[in-house]
Design a binder for this molecule. Sequence first.
Ligand code: EPS
Length: 388
Amino acid sequence: MRFLTAGESHGPELTAIIEGLPAGMPLDVEMINKDLKRRQVGYGRGGRMKIEQDQVRITSGLRHGKTLGSPLTLVIENKDWKNWQSVMGIDPVTEKEKVKRQVTRPRPGHADLVGGIKYNHRDLRNVLERSSARETAVRVAIGAVSKAILSASGCEVMAHVIEIGGVEASISEGMSLADLKIKSESSDVRCSDENAAGLMREAIDRAKKEGNTLGGIVEVIVTGLPIGLGSYTQWDQKLDGKLAQAMLSINAFKGVEFGVGFEAARLPGSDVMDEIIWDQAQGYTRKTNRLGGFEGGMTNGMPVIVRGVMKPIPTLYKPLESVDITTKEVYTASVERSDSCAVPAASVIAEAVIATELAKALLDKFDGDSFVKLTENIKEYKNYTTEY
Ligand code: EPS
Protein backbone atom coordinates (compact mmCIF):
# COMPACT_ATOMS: atom_id res chain seq x y z
CA MET A 1 0.00 0.00 0.00
CA ARG A 2 1.24 3.49 -0.78
CA PHE A 3 -0.30 6.92 -0.84
CA LEU A 4 0.31 10.52 -1.78
CA THR A 5 -1.41 13.64 -0.52
CA ALA A 6 -1.90 16.96 -2.31
CA GLY A 7 -3.46 20.30 -1.53
CA GLU A 8 -2.75 23.75 -0.10
CA SER A 9 -4.18 25.06 3.18
CA HIS A 10 -6.34 27.72 1.48
CA GLY A 11 -6.69 25.95 -1.87
CA PRO A 12 -9.95 24.31 -2.98
CA GLU A 13 -9.35 20.90 -1.42
CA LEU A 14 -7.01 18.26 -0.01
CA THR A 15 -6.67 15.02 -1.95
CA ALA A 16 -5.14 11.62 -1.32
CA ILE A 17 -4.81 8.56 -3.51
CA ILE A 18 -4.23 5.25 -1.74
CA GLU A 19 -3.06 2.35 -3.88
CA GLY A 20 -2.79 -1.32 -2.93
CA LEU A 21 -5.84 -1.66 -0.68
CA PRO A 22 -7.38 -5.11 -0.30
CA ALA A 23 -10.56 -5.63 -2.31
CA GLY A 24 -13.86 -6.35 -0.57
CA MET A 25 -12.99 -4.37 2.57
CA PRO A 26 -15.99 -2.72 4.23
CA LEU A 27 -15.43 1.02 4.46
CA ASP A 28 -17.85 3.36 6.16
CA VAL A 29 -17.56 6.99 5.06
CA GLU A 30 -19.14 8.12 8.33
CA MET A 31 -16.37 6.36 10.23
CA ILE A 32 -13.81 8.47 8.34
CA ASN A 33 -15.83 11.63 9.04
CA LYS A 34 -15.90 10.76 12.72
CA ASP A 35 -12.10 10.76 12.83
CA LEU A 36 -11.98 14.03 10.88
CA LYS A 37 -14.24 15.56 13.51
CA ARG A 38 -12.04 14.20 16.34
CA ARG A 39 -9.07 16.04 14.82
CA GLN A 40 -10.93 19.32 14.60
CA VAL A 41 -12.16 19.64 18.15
CA GLY A 42 -10.00 20.13 21.24
CA TYR A 43 -9.21 22.89 23.66
CA GLY A 44 -6.83 25.48 22.23
CA ARG A 45 -7.89 25.36 18.58
CA GLY A 46 -8.16 28.70 16.78
CA GLY A 47 -10.58 30.51 14.45
CA ARG A 48 -9.99 28.40 11.35
CA MET A 49 -11.71 25.42 12.90
CA LYS A 50 -14.92 27.45 13.10
CA ILE A 51 -14.83 27.71 9.31
CA GLU A 52 -13.92 24.12 8.42
CA GLN A 53 -16.31 21.20 8.96
CA ASP A 54 -14.24 18.44 7.41
CA GLN A 55 -16.10 15.76 5.47
CA VAL A 56 -14.54 13.25 3.10
CA ARG A 57 -15.74 12.62 -0.44
CA ILE A 58 -14.65 9.34 -2.05
CA THR A 59 -14.39 9.57 -5.81
CA SER A 60 -12.86 6.20 -6.72
CA GLY A 61 -12.10 2.74 -5.41
CA LEU A 62 -15.29 2.17 -3.40
CA ARG A 63 -18.54 0.56 -4.55
CA HIS A 64 -21.57 -0.32 -2.45
CA GLY A 65 -19.61 0.17 0.79
CA LYS A 66 -16.68 -2.10 -0.13
CA THR A 67 -13.27 -1.39 -1.62
CA LEU A 68 -12.62 -2.50 -5.20
CA GLY A 69 -8.86 -3.02 -4.84
CA SER A 70 -8.40 -0.09 -7.23
CA PRO A 71 -6.92 3.26 -6.11
CA LEU A 72 -9.09 4.95 -3.47
CA THR A 73 -9.35 8.72 -3.85
CA LEU A 74 -10.21 10.82 -0.81
CA VAL A 75 -11.15 14.49 -1.13
CA ILE A 76 -11.68 17.01 1.67
CA GLU A 77 -12.97 20.42 0.71
CA ASN A 78 -11.45 23.55 2.30
CA LYS A 79 -14.44 25.68 3.23
CA ASP A 80 -12.08 28.68 3.66
CA TRP A 81 -11.29 28.48 -0.08
CA LYS A 82 -14.20 30.76 -0.88
CA ASN A 83 -12.32 33.58 0.89
CA TRP A 84 -9.07 32.87 -0.99
CA GLN A 85 -10.18 32.22 -4.57
CA SER A 86 -8.18 35.00 -6.20
CA VAL A 87 -5.18 34.82 -3.83
CA MET A 88 -4.89 31.06 -4.34
CA GLY A 89 -6.28 30.88 -7.91
CA ILE A 90 -4.44 28.90 -10.58
CA ASP A 91 -4.58 31.58 -13.30
CA PRO A 92 -1.97 34.36 -13.65
CA VAL A 93 -2.94 37.64 -11.93
CA THR A 94 -1.85 41.29 -12.14
CA GLU A 95 1.10 42.60 -10.10
CA LYS A 96 -1.37 44.52 -7.92
CA GLU A 97 -3.30 41.35 -7.20
CA LYS A 98 -0.08 39.33 -6.65
CA VAL A 99 1.04 41.36 -3.65
CA LYS A 100 -2.35 41.25 -1.93
CA ARG A 101 -1.56 38.46 0.53
CA GLN A 102 2.14 38.19 -0.30
CA VAL A 103 4.29 37.01 2.61
CA THR A 104 7.84 38.41 2.80
CA ARG A 105 8.27 38.07 6.55
CA PRO A 106 9.25 34.52 7.55
CA ARG A 107 7.90 33.32 10.90
CA PRO A 108 10.57 31.81 13.20
CA GLY A 109 10.08 28.06 13.64
CA HIS A 110 8.05 27.64 10.43
CA ALA A 111 9.17 26.29 7.05
CA ASP A 112 8.81 29.81 5.57
CA LEU A 113 12.41 31.01 5.23
CA VAL A 114 14.15 27.72 4.47
CA GLY A 115 11.42 26.72 2.00
CA GLY A 116 11.67 30.13 0.31
CA ILE A 117 15.45 29.86 -0.07
CA LYS A 118 15.26 26.23 -1.25
CA TYR A 119 12.58 26.74 -3.92
CA ASN A 120 13.55 30.37 -4.70
CA HIS A 121 10.09 31.74 -3.88
CA ARG A 122 9.89 35.47 -3.22
CA ASP A 123 6.34 35.07 -1.87
CA LEU A 124 6.58 32.84 1.17
CA ARG A 125 2.88 32.02 0.86
CA ASN A 126 4.09 29.51 -1.79
CA VAL A 127 5.77 27.66 1.09
CA LEU A 128 3.38 28.07 3.99
CA GLU A 129 0.30 26.96 2.08
CA ARG A 130 1.70 23.44 1.73
CA SER A 131 3.78 23.28 4.90
CA SER A 132 0.63 24.10 6.92
CA ALA A 133 -0.72 21.44 9.25
CA ARG A 134 -3.96 21.60 7.27
CA GLU A 135 -2.52 18.67 5.27
CA THR A 136 -2.93 16.43 8.30
CA ALA A 137 -6.71 16.42 7.76
CA VAL A 138 -6.35 14.11 4.78
CA ARG A 139 -3.79 11.96 6.60
CA VAL A 140 -6.38 11.38 9.30
CA ALA A 141 -8.75 10.17 6.57
CA ILE A 142 -6.02 7.79 5.33
CA GLY A 143 -5.56 6.65 8.93
CA ALA A 144 -9.26 5.81 9.20
CA VAL A 145 -8.96 3.63 6.08
CA SER A 146 -5.84 2.05 7.58
CA LYS A 147 -7.71 1.20 10.77
CA ALA A 148 -10.22 -0.72 8.64
CA ILE A 149 -7.27 -2.77 7.29
CA LEU A 150 -5.96 -3.36 10.81
CA SER A 151 -9.37 -4.75 11.81
CA ALA A 152 -8.36 -7.86 9.81
CA SER A 153 -5.97 -8.57 12.71
CA GLY A 154 -8.48 -7.54 15.41
CA CYS A 155 -6.44 -4.45 16.23
CA GLU A 156 -7.55 -1.68 18.57
CA VAL A 157 -5.90 1.69 17.99
CA MET A 158 -6.11 4.60 20.41
CA ALA A 159 -4.30 7.82 21.20
CA HIS A 160 -4.31 10.19 24.10
CA VAL A 161 -2.51 13.22 25.46
CA ILE A 162 -0.13 12.63 28.34
CA GLU A 163 1.44 16.08 28.71
CA ILE A 164 0.70 19.70 27.72
CA GLY A 165 2.92 22.65 28.59
CA GLY A 166 4.65 20.80 31.42
CA VAL A 167 1.44 19.43 32.98
CA GLU A 168 1.79 15.64 33.11
CA ALA A 169 -1.13 13.20 33.24
CA SER A 170 -0.90 10.45 35.79
CA ILE A 171 -2.27 7.20 34.40
CA SER A 172 -3.08 4.53 36.95
CA GLU A 173 -1.30 1.26 36.14
CA GLY A 174 -4.44 -0.82 36.39
CA MET A 175 -6.55 1.25 33.99
CA SER A 176 -7.85 -0.89 31.12
CA LEU A 177 -7.36 0.20 27.55
CA ALA A 178 -11.13 0.49 27.13
CA ASP A 179 -11.35 2.85 30.13
CA LEU A 180 -8.40 4.89 28.92
CA LYS A 181 -10.09 5.24 25.56
CA ILE A 182 -13.48 6.28 26.96
CA LYS A 183 -11.95 8.80 29.37
CA SER A 184 -9.60 10.43 26.89
CA GLU A 185 -12.21 10.42 24.11
CA SER A 186 -14.63 12.39 26.30
CA SER A 187 -12.00 14.96 27.35
CA ASP A 188 -11.52 18.15 25.30
CA VAL A 189 -7.76 17.88 25.86
CA ARG A 190 -7.95 14.12 25.12
CA CYS A 191 -6.47 13.31 28.55
CA SER A 192 -7.85 10.57 30.80
CA ASP A 193 -6.63 12.21 34.03
CA GLU A 194 -9.35 14.78 34.86
CA ASN A 195 -7.22 16.64 37.35
CA ALA A 196 -4.36 17.05 34.88
CA ALA A 197 -6.86 17.94 32.13
CA GLY A 198 -8.07 20.88 34.24
CA LEU A 199 -4.50 22.09 34.74
CA MET A 200 -3.80 21.67 31.01
CA ARG A 201 -6.81 23.86 30.16
CA GLU A 202 -5.57 26.51 32.61
CA ALA A 203 -2.10 26.37 31.06
CA ILE A 204 -3.60 26.80 27.56
CA ASP A 205 -5.71 29.77 28.73
CA ARG A 206 -2.66 31.35 30.30
CA ALA A 207 -0.55 30.84 27.17
CA LYS A 208 -3.31 32.28 24.98
CA LYS A 209 -3.62 35.36 27.18
CA GLU A 210 0.13 35.90 26.93
CA GLY A 211 0.07 35.48 23.13
CA ASN A 212 1.99 32.25 23.50
CA THR A 213 1.54 28.62 22.41
CA LEU A 214 2.09 25.23 24.08
CA GLY A 215 3.40 21.84 23.01
CA GLY A 216 3.10 18.45 24.64
CA ILE A 217 3.38 14.67 24.39
CA VAL A 218 0.90 12.24 22.81
CA GLU A 219 0.82 8.46 23.11
CA VAL A 220 -0.52 5.91 20.64
CA ILE A 221 -1.36 2.35 21.71
CA VAL A 222 -2.12 -0.47 19.28
CA THR A 223 -3.17 -3.98 20.35
CA GLY A 224 -3.84 -7.12 18.33
CA LEU A 225 -0.89 -7.00 15.95
CA PRO A 226 0.65 -10.30 14.87
CA ILE A 227 4.22 -11.15 15.89
CA GLY A 228 6.86 -10.37 13.28
CA LEU A 229 5.75 -7.28 11.34
CA GLY A 230 8.90 -5.54 10.09
CA SER A 231 12.30 -7.22 9.97
CA TYR A 232 15.74 -7.13 11.59
CA THR A 233 17.39 -8.27 8.34
CA GLN A 234 17.84 -4.83 6.77
CA TRP A 235 18.06 -1.36 8.34
CA ASP A 236 15.19 0.10 6.40
CA GLN A 237 12.88 -2.81 7.19
CA LYS A 238 12.82 -2.11 10.92
CA LEU A 239 9.22 -1.20 11.65
CA ASP A 240 9.89 0.91 14.76
CA GLY A 241 12.13 3.03 12.52
CA LYS A 242 9.29 3.48 10.04
CA LEU A 243 6.87 4.44 12.81
CA ALA A 244 9.38 6.98 14.12
CA GLN A 245 9.59 8.54 10.66
CA ALA A 246 5.80 8.66 10.41
CA MET A 247 5.53 10.31 13.82
CA LEU A 248 8.16 12.94 12.94
CA SER A 249 6.35 13.65 9.66
CA ILE A 250 3.59 15.33 11.68
CA ASN A 251 4.00 19.10 11.65
CA ALA A 252 5.87 20.40 14.73
CA PHE A 253 6.86 16.93 16.05
CA LYS A 254 10.41 16.79 17.37
CA GLY A 255 10.89 13.43 19.08
CA VAL A 256 9.68 9.84 19.39
CA GLU A 257 10.02 7.09 21.97
CA PHE A 258 8.80 3.51 22.39
CA GLY A 259 7.85 1.93 25.72
CA VAL A 260 10.10 3.27 28.48
CA GLY A 261 11.85 5.25 25.73
CA PHE A 262 14.46 7.78 26.89
CA GLU A 263 14.05 6.51 30.45
CA ALA A 264 15.97 3.40 29.28
CA ALA A 265 19.16 5.48 29.44
CA ARG A 266 18.77 5.71 33.23
CA LEU A 267 17.74 2.12 34.02
CA PRO A 268 19.73 -1.13 34.37
CA GLY A 269 19.07 -3.78 31.71
CA SER A 270 17.04 -5.90 34.12
CA ASP A 271 14.51 -3.05 34.40
CA VAL A 272 14.23 -2.58 30.65
CA MET A 273 13.94 -6.07 29.10
CA ASP A 274 10.60 -7.91 29.23
CA GLU A 275 10.66 -11.53 30.45
CA ILE A 276 9.12 -14.11 28.09
CA ILE A 277 6.20 -16.33 29.08
CA TRP A 278 3.96 -18.79 27.21
CA ASP A 279 0.46 -20.18 27.67
CA GLN A 280 -1.89 -22.11 25.41
CA ALA A 281 -4.43 -19.31 25.05
CA GLN A 282 -2.07 -16.43 24.26
CA GLY A 283 1.13 -18.12 23.11
CA TYR A 284 4.30 -16.10 23.69
CA THR A 285 3.84 -12.87 25.63
CA ARG A 286 5.97 -10.77 27.99
CA LYS A 287 5.57 -10.21 31.75
CA THR A 288 5.97 -6.45 31.14
CA ASN A 289 5.94 -4.22 28.06
CA ARG A 290 8.79 -1.81 28.67
CA LEU A 291 10.05 -2.10 25.11
CA GLY A 292 6.70 -0.92 23.72
CA GLY A 293 5.94 -3.95 21.55
CA PHE A 294 9.18 -4.05 19.52
CA GLU A 295 12.23 -6.31 19.60
CA GLY A 296 14.71 -6.27 16.71
CA GLY A 297 12.59 -3.80 14.76
CA MET A 298 9.72 -6.32 14.69
CA THR A 299 6.40 -6.40 16.50
CA ASN A 300 6.61 -8.94 19.33
CA GLY A 301 2.85 -9.32 19.84
CA MET A 302 2.68 -7.00 22.85
CA PRO A 303 0.82 -3.69 22.46
CA VAL A 304 2.74 -1.12 20.46
CA ILE A 305 3.29 1.93 22.66
CA VAL A 306 4.75 4.94 20.91
CA ARG A 307 4.93 8.54 22.04
CA GLY A 308 5.64 11.73 20.12
CA VAL A 309 6.58 15.18 21.33
CA MET A 310 5.12 18.26 19.66
CA LYS A 311 6.80 21.63 19.95
CA PRO A 312 4.59 24.66 20.63
CA ILE A 313 2.98 25.95 17.42
CA PRO A 314 5.41 28.51 15.95
CA THR A 315 2.72 31.05 14.96
CA LEU A 316 2.69 33.27 18.05
CA TYR A 317 0.67 36.38 18.86
CA LYS A 318 3.64 37.30 21.03
CA PRO A 319 6.00 38.88 18.50
CA LEU A 320 9.31 37.18 17.67
CA GLU A 321 12.11 38.83 15.78
CA SER A 322 12.72 38.03 12.13
CA VAL A 323 13.91 39.69 8.89
CA ASP A 324 11.87 40.84 5.87
CA ILE A 325 13.29 39.00 2.81
CA THR A 326 12.63 41.98 0.49
CA THR A 327 13.90 44.89 2.60
CA LYS A 328 16.16 42.87 4.94
CA GLU A 329 14.70 44.99 7.74
CA VAL A 330 14.28 43.56 11.18
CA TYR A 331 10.63 43.21 12.15
CA THR A 332 8.59 41.53 14.83
CA ALA A 333 5.98 39.16 13.43
CA SER A 334 2.29 40.00 13.73
CA VAL A 335 -0.32 37.26 13.52
CA GLU A 336 -3.90 37.28 12.29
CA ARG A 337 -5.05 33.87 13.46
CA SER A 338 -3.51 30.86 15.19
CA ASP A 339 -4.21 27.88 17.41
CA SER A 340 -2.73 28.30 20.92
CA CYS A 341 -2.40 24.53 21.40
CA ALA A 342 -3.00 21.73 18.90
CA VAL A 343 -1.69 18.82 21.00
CA PRO A 344 -5.17 17.20 21.42
CA ALA A 345 -5.66 17.33 17.62
CA ALA A 346 -2.12 16.06 17.11
CA SER A 347 -2.89 12.93 19.13
CA VAL A 348 -5.58 12.03 16.56
CA ILE A 349 -3.08 12.65 13.77
CA ALA A 350 -0.48 10.49 15.55
CA GLU A 351 -3.03 7.69 15.82
CA ALA A 352 -3.68 8.00 12.07
CA VAL A 353 -0.07 7.99 10.89
CA ILE A 354 0.87 5.08 13.16
CA ALA A 355 -2.18 3.11 11.96
CA THR A 356 -1.16 3.82 8.37
CA GLU A 357 2.40 2.55 8.80
CA LEU A 358 1.18 -0.56 10.63
CA ALA A 359 -1.42 -1.28 7.94
CA LYS A 360 1.33 -1.01 5.30
CA ALA A 361 3.45 -3.49 7.29
CA LEU A 362 0.50 -5.87 7.59
CA LEU A 363 -0.04 -5.77 3.83
CA ASP A 364 3.70 -6.28 3.25
CA LYS A 365 3.61 -9.51 5.24
CA PHE A 366 0.27 -11.02 4.20
CA ASP A 367 -1.38 -11.43 0.82
CA GLY A 368 -3.68 -8.43 0.73
CA ASP A 369 -5.48 -8.76 -2.60
CA SER A 370 -8.69 -9.78 -0.86
CA PHE A 371 -9.79 -8.59 2.58
CA VAL A 372 -11.42 -11.95 3.37
CA LYS A 373 -8.24 -13.84 2.47
CA LEU A 374 -6.14 -11.34 4.42
CA THR A 375 -8.24 -11.95 7.53
CA GLU A 376 -7.99 -15.74 7.10
CA ASN A 377 -4.23 -15.63 6.53
CA ILE A 378 -3.61 -13.56 9.64
CA LYS A 379 -5.75 -15.90 11.74
CA GLU A 380 -3.85 -18.94 10.49
CA TYR A 381 -0.51 -17.23 11.11
CA LYS A 382 -1.54 -16.30 14.65
CA ASN A 383 -2.29 -19.98 15.31
CA TYR A 384 1.20 -20.81 14.09
CA THR A 385 2.86 -18.20 16.33
CA THR A 386 0.95 -19.50 19.38
CA GLU A 387 2.07 -23.08 18.77
CA TYR A 388 5.64 -22.27 17.69
C1 EPS B 1 -1.96 26.38 10.36
C2 EPS B 1 -2.55 27.61 10.63
C3 EPS B 1 -4.01 27.73 10.90
C4 EPS B 1 -4.50 26.40 11.44
C5 EPS B 1 -4.15 25.35 10.40
C6 EPS B 1 -2.68 25.11 10.41
O1 EPS B 1 -4.73 27.95 9.74
P1 EPS B 1 -5.01 29.42 9.16
O2 EPS B 1 -3.68 29.91 8.68
O3 EPS B 1 -5.99 29.25 8.02
O4 EPS B 1 -5.56 30.23 10.29
O5 EPS B 1 -5.87 26.44 11.73
O6 EPS B 1 -4.76 24.12 10.68
C7 EPS B 1 -5.81 23.73 9.90
C8 EPS B 1 -6.37 24.51 8.99
C9 EPS B 1 -6.26 22.38 10.20
O7 EPS B 1 -7.20 21.91 9.55
O8 EPS B 1 -5.68 21.77 11.11
C10 EPS B 1 -0.53 26.30 10.03
O9 EPS B 1 0.08 27.35 9.72
O10 EPS B 1 0.06 25.20 10.08
